[in-house]
Design a protein around this ligand. Structure first.
Ligand code: ATP
Length: 251
């Protein structure tokens, strides 16, 4: 008999409700993510993707429902998580290495060097951020997150401002570091192709809930030319477009 390995739950959201004023954003959202999984969140602009990520980071409070991290209710800042945003949020007056050291204790420099090596930027550690390209700045932001050895990496459209080729390079870098370091990853993205290239599972949010939960069963490293790659892409895009068209028709 084939034994299925136990998958430990890392992040659990039960009946999550979140709104601002009288605007409801998340409305009874349910989601479970297991340890070491890479999940991508997609959905149209304003559907609540970033709100969801901020709730998991503990940066915002729920209106109702519960979020459990490693089976404990999340009531404050999520100390297991690090978050990376579209703008790297580097401090321009600090050198690359000192940006990576922010929030670290004594052995900071040695750790920061290792993190910069992992993202391929060790040789630029003495520069100021202004001297770096957009992609390099995001590599520093990634090193700054990874240096804390997080068990949960939250990615809020971190590659959205990069050109297409740099974006693919960064997708592959993040995916390979995720495979090596075995943290759980949650990526918010507008780009369904990016979601299929990186994630084990793609989640679509509509009307405040999860409306699609698509497992991506493709080998890693992901090949964008794999025949099943475009199949997944079409399937997810089709779901998004189909609903959109039906909605337009009704209107
Ligand atoms: N602090 C806030 N105060 C009031 N409304 C907010 C706040 N943050 C988000 N919203 C609203 O909540 C909704 C969801 O925003 P959110 O940023 O989560 O969407 P998103 O899916 O990430 O959008 P995008 O893809 O455009 O970044 C939007 O209507 C937004 O205007």
């Amino acid at each position: 008999m084939k034994v299925i390995p136990e998958q430990k739950e890392h992040v659990l959201l039960k009946d999550v409700q979140k709104g601002y004023g009288d605007r409801t954003v998340l409305n009874g959202l349910e989601l479970s993510i297991h340890k070491g999984e890479f999940v991508a969140i997609v959905g149209k602009s304003g559907c609540g993707k970033s709100t969801l990520l901020r709730l998991i980071a503990g940066l915002e409070r729920l209106n109702e429902g519960v979020i459990r991290i490693n089976d404990k209710p999340l009531t404050q800042l999520n100390e297991h998580a690090r978050i990376m945003f579209q703008d790297g949020r580097l401090l321009p007056w600090k050198r690359v290495i000192d940006n990576v050291c922010i929030g670290l204790a004594k052995d900071a420099k040695a750790k920061a060097k290792i993190a910069l090596r992992q993202v391929g930027l060790e040789d630029r550690m003495k520069e100021y951020p202004a001297k770096l390209s957009g992609g390099q700045k995001q590599r520093v932001a990634l090193a700054r997150a990874l240096v804390h050895d997080p068990s949960l990496l939250l990615l809020d459209e971190p590659l959205g401002a990069l050109d297409a080729l740099t974006r693919i390079e960064m997708q592959d870098l993040i995916a390979s570091l995720w495979q090596k370091n075995k943290f759980t990853s949650i990526l918010v993205t507008h780009d369904v192709e990016e979601a299929v290239a990186m994630a084990d599972r793609v989640i679509l949010i509509e009307n405040g809930k999860v409306s699609l939960n698509q497992v991506i069963n493709l080998p890693r490293p992901r090949q964008r030319t794999h025949p099943a790659f475009s199949m997944y892409l079409e399937e997810i895009l089709g779901r998004i477009m189909d609903r959109q068209q039906k909605k337009n028709f009704v209107m």
